[in-house]
Design a protein around this ligand. Structure first.
Ligand SMILES: O=C(O)CCC(=O)C(=O)O
Ligand SMILES: [Fe+2]
Length: 391
């Protein structure tokens, strides 16, 4: 273990379940809730989704086409306060407290299409491919709706469409293409302070992440409890002390987990499962029952040590695609009608025991002074990160 960015780094890969969502039963929903309430991350088996391997391959081809286009063309679609467009190398700093310079990545944010049309300038390299972007976005949306339905079933919400019916347009849904370039041989990259994507949590309800086989780097912040010497004690004070001994560590998330057997054929690279994680909004909405876990992307240490790749560069390019799913802008983040929210988060708490008379069992601050809309929640979150007001 080594200390990076103030936290311990572990070599232990984290084990997350791989869930097939083709059969929308309450039992599958419960498994998803268990994982979402523990690590906030789980894998979705691509066989139960709207994605065929060629859809994902094609989107990665388009992504490469965009990132390898001339800088001026990308800059013509520079990101604005609407959170859409291109952000270049080092222009985003996801973890300013621990980074001395911006993320070693570039990204292109595509906001949702309205009436089948993009609502932002499309760079030259992607012009004529709008239908393919829309097709991929539509598959992401459908898959998210299946997932939201399963989460509602797992939470025993009487209406299984309670979440999905609150995820319509217009919304903050964003498809994000990401490129983490290999480094020049004379790089001054320092693994202790530099990073491909700084530690952060996602803003929306859920995120889908598509990764490439053999392009690792994602890590999540996990907690492990180290017990003190009086480990037989179960008193409340001992429990509190044990709590204080919780150690946070970075655990790598494998692209293809050992508990997954992809359909590999001779001529094709296997399609990794889709990684799913819970975002801040859904965590807030479920009163922190579902966890929005901090994660980051590192430049793999072995690639940093082993110097040049064939291209005269250090390490390899990494590409990923994220789909950030958000509720309809006007959605009120009010009570989630699930008895599991109080039961699982605060088993013994009562209304009076909670801060400010916060109503137990009702997520998202319902019962508090003001119920936020999804858009207000997103604006607050973006302001906290970028320090400027988004439209
Ligand atoms: O590229 C990745 O693997 C993760 C990207 C990510 O966490 C993000 O864009 O929010
Ligand atoms: Fe993220």
């Amino acid at each position: 273990m080594a200390t990076t960015n103030g936290r311990v780094q572990s070599n232990d890969l984290v084990t997350l379940p791989v869930i097939n969502i083709s059969d929308p039963t309450p039992e599958i929903g419960r498994k998803m809730i268990d994982a979402a309430a523990t690590h906030g991350f789980l894998y979705i088996d691509t066989r139960g989704t709207d994605f065929a391997p060629e859809n994902v391959e094609r989107q990665f081809e388009l992504s490469k086409q965009f990132f390898s286009s001339p800088e001026e063309e990308k800059a013509a679609c520079q990101i604005g306060s609407d959170n859409r467009g291109w952000t270049g190398m080092h222009s985003e700093t996801l973890d300013p407290a621990n980074q001395k310079r911006g993320d070693f990545k570039e990204a292109f944010n595509i906001g949702e299409f309205i009436d089948n049309r993009p609502q932002q300038p499309i760079p030259k390299s992607l012009q004529g491919h709008e239908d393919e972007l829309l097709d991929f976005e539509t598959r992401c949306r459908k898959t998210c709706h299946r997932i939201l339905r399963l989460l509602a079933l797992g939470l025993e919400i009487p209406d299984p469409d309670w979440f999905s019916s609150r995820h319509k347009t217009p919304s903050g849904c964003t498809l994000r293409l990401l490129h983490y370039p290999a480094l020049p041989l004379d790089t001054d990259y320092q693994p202790e302070v530099d990073i491909r994507a700084g530690a952060h949590s996602d803003y929306g309800s859920i995120t889908l992440l598509f990764q490439r086989p053999s392009q690792p780097g994602l890590e999540i912040l996990t907690s492990s409890t180290t017990r003190s010497e009086n480990s037989n004690s179960t008193s409340a004070s001992e429990d509190r002390r044990t709590q204080q001994n919780k150690q946070q560590k970075w655990s790598p998330v494998p692209v293809i987990p050992s508990n997954y057997t992809p359909e590999a054929s001779d001529d094709k690279t296997p399609l990794p499962p889709i990684l799913l994680n819970i975002g801040d909004l859904l965590s807030y909405w479920t009163n922190n029952l579902l966890k929005s876990t901090v994660h980051r992307v590192i430049f793999p240490n072995d690639q940093h040590r082993n110097k040049a790749s064939g291209a005269g560069l250090l390490g390899e390019d990494r590409y990923s695609i994220a789909y950030f799913c958000h509720p309809t802008d006007s959605t009120l983040l009010e009570a989630v009608p699930s008895r599991l929210v109080p039961d699982m988060t605060h088993p013994s708490s009562t209304t009076e025991a909670r801060d400010g008379g916060f109503r137990v069992g009702y997520g998202g601050g319902a019962g508090g002074a003001k119920v936020l809309t999804a858009k207000e929640h997103l604006i607050r979150r973006l302001e906290a990160t970028y320090g400027f007001e988004h439209k």
